[in-house]
Ligand binder design. Structure first.
Ligand code: UDP
Length: 383
């Protein structure tokens, strides 16, 4: 193989966008490898042969962003159908809307508050002794109080992360807004949707370029690097280093599939925050494509567990010991000259699709310029 080639490890969003952007601005051949037999990483979607439903094979992916250029970018490669994520939580008392909004508050407390009354009421429930919340639990107790915290957050979080919420950083709960309006959109971004033909079709189009070759079913091996001018690695950071300092903590998720006729739960995502229930949510895939009609329905019941050596890592845990380990691996990563690390797994951060695309779009032109000038490669700000 010639040395003017670039190797990209991973055909998820990070790898695909980096490949496309490098191909667009550089006179280089790019090889993208992925150990799985499909493109799209954990965004992979596949039409189910029995029902015809587009399945989000590695869990629900709803695209949302406020960055106009990122929205325009993904729309270049796929037509998006309109989708607003309206999540519900089922508890013994009934079904409630998430994120916590005016409707949730009124239903939960049996009241008829206006926005400002609800704000004042929730203010009285919050723990005012907490000045600067230091973790997930303190943040919840300060801003919604114990009852809402224990009902909607405690059990779900303990099941999803396998630890006490007080061990998690505030950044995890800050992903969810608390609203005093009737807006029950799970996200607050300007743009939201789902590609009509799924994410794999989108990523396939991103990678469809004469200078990009894709080899699926091809695992990364350290010895490969020597054959390339540069490597962009999007797999797990600790895997790149052969786990020689230890393993970073990840959560993995897995599903039990059930098939039904008609409709199962009336919408895509039903969370089960109660501690006594072993799963965390039920996902009814056909509702991710409200523009389609299907007689049957497919439901995935989602469970979470610690990610072992043979599992697919999904969520970086980032507990105290993980952060120390992450810092040590990142220190090594910063000193590399021929390898760049991009994306959720390679930087060990809890990033969404739109964030990894933003980073790939921002990073790749700087990398291309450095390669062209023969200068040291740039480092992602996150590193
Ligand atoms: N969360 C919760 N109850 C819910 C939904 C979410 O306690 O019903 C917590 C949970 O800790 C989760 C965090 O809020 O990790 C962020 O939720 P989000 O939906 O952003 O997680 P995702 O599954 O998208 O990564």
């Amino acid at each position: 193989m010639s040395t003017s080639r670039i190797l990209i490890v991973g055909a998820g969003f990070s790898g695909a966008v980096a490949a496309r952007e490098l191909a667009a601005i550089q006179d280089r051949k790019i090889l993208v490898i992925d150990e799985r037999e499909h493109m799209g990483g954990n965004c992979h979607t596949k039409r189910d042969p029995t029902s015809g439903i587009m399945l989000h094979r590695y869990g629900p992916h709803i695209f949302h962003t406020s960055r106009e250029d990122v929205w325009a970018y993904v729309n270049r490669f796929a037509e998006f159908g309109p989708f607003i994520n309206r999540v519900k939580a089922r508890i013994k008392r009934g079904v409630f809307s998430l994120p916590i909004n005016l409707g949730t508050i009124n239903q939960f407390f049996g009241r008829n508050f206006s926005s400002e009354e609800a704000r004042a009421f929730i203010g009285t429930l919050g723990d005012s002794r907490i000045d600067e919340p230091r973790n997930f639990e303190e943040y919840a107790l300060k801003f919604v109080g114990r009852e809402l915290y224990e009902t909607f957050f405690y059990g779900y979080t303990q099941k999803q992360w396998g630890c006490e919420p007080r061990e998690l950083p505030t950044s995890v709960i800050k992903r969810l807004p608390i609203r005093f309006t009737e807006d029950d959109n799970y996200y607050s971004d300007r743009f939201q949707g789902i590609p009509r033909e799924g994410y794999t079709a989108l990523i396939k189009r991103v990678l469809d370029h004469p200078d990009i070759e894709v080899k699926l079913g091809t695992a990364w091996q350290a010895g490969m690097a020597g054959e390339f001018e540069h490597v962009i690695f999007t797999g797990p950071l600790d895997q790149y280093y052969g786990h020689h300092l230890g393993r970073l903590g990840y959560r993995t998720v897995f599903w039990e599939r059930s098939d039904h006729l008609g409709d199962y739960q009336g919408h895509a995502l039903m969370n089960y925050p109660e501690v006594g229930i072993p799963f965390i949510r039920k996902i009814e895939h056909k509702h991710f494509a409200p523009w389609e009609e299907h007689e049957k329905t497919v439901v995935y019941t989602e469970f979470s567990k610690e990610s072992g050596a043979a599992d697919i890592p999904f969520y970086p845990k980032s507990l105290g010991p993980d952060k120390i380990l992450q810092a040590r691996y990142l220190e090594q990563a910063r000193s590399e000259t021929k390898v760049s690390f991009l994306g959720r797994l390679a930087t060990y951060r809890y990033l969404d699709m739109h964030q990894v695309i933003s980073e790939a779009l921002d990073f790749t032109p700087r990398l291309a310029e450095a390669i062209r000038r023969g200068q040291p490669r740039p480092v992602l700000p996150a590193l």
